[in-house]
Write a protein that binds this ligand. Structure first.
Ligand code: IMP
Ligand code: MG
Length: 172
């Protein structure tokens, strides 16, 4: 059966917002470099687009984590499937994530990365669903605050589908 998807943010709206985030990050990190840590797979599209809009020196790494549970509910138990390639000691780390939902994944991840001797660890999330929060997570840069709906596109999936949609949509 074909899923019905309605547009929440168009490609133009998403890209315009990412450009603004890039400008804000460039101002905040002026005179420094920023080490982007993209969270696979959902944040790949966002990480690439954001990196292009940052004007201070950027380095990149990726990490893959999963929380045990089914495709739409996270359980709170997080597993690292792929760790960083490089150590982050002394670096200004900016974690780039697609969405903060319950906060389970990011609360674990920020805690984990915080113990590795970096100069700083901040978080940039394209989407933020505060209504769903179970664990407190400080989101330093938010693309869009969205209501409690299941969204796809721009990297976000439903059962691994729709990551390649250039816009953000809601599954009806
Ligand atoms: P958490 O609940 O904050 O730990 O979010 C865990 C992960 O669930 C996110 O990184 C996404 O991969 C996924 N997720 C949460 N909400 C959505 C959604 O609306 N669409 C697609 N994936 C989602
Ligand atoms: Mg994710």
């Amino acid at each position: 059966m074909k899923d019905k998807i309605s547009v929440l943010y168009t490609e133009e709206e998403v890209n315009a917002r990412i450009k603004e985030l890039g400008e804000e990050i460039s101002r905040d990190y002026a005179g420094r470099s920023v080490h982007l840590v993209g969270i696979l797979k959902g944040a790949t599209f966002f990480t690439c687009e954001l990196a292009k809009r940052i004007t201070v020196p950027v380095t990149l790494d990726f990490m893959s984590v999963s929380s045990y549970g089914n495709s739409t509910e996270s359980s709170g138990v997080v597993k690292i499937n792929k760790d960083l390639d490089e150590p982050i000691e002394g670096l200004d780390v900016l974690v780039v994530e697609d969405i903060v939902d319950t906060g389970n994944t990011l609360s674990y991840l920020l805690d984990n990365l915080g113990k590795r001797g970096s100069a700083s660890v901040k978080l940039c999330a394209l989407l933020n669903k505060p209504e769903r929060r179970l664990k407190d997570v400080n989101v330093d840069y938010t693309g869009f605050i969205i209501p409690d709906a299941f969204v796809v596109g721009y990297g976000l999936d439903y059962a691994q589908k729709y990551r390649n949609l250039p816009y953000i949509g809601i599954i009806e």
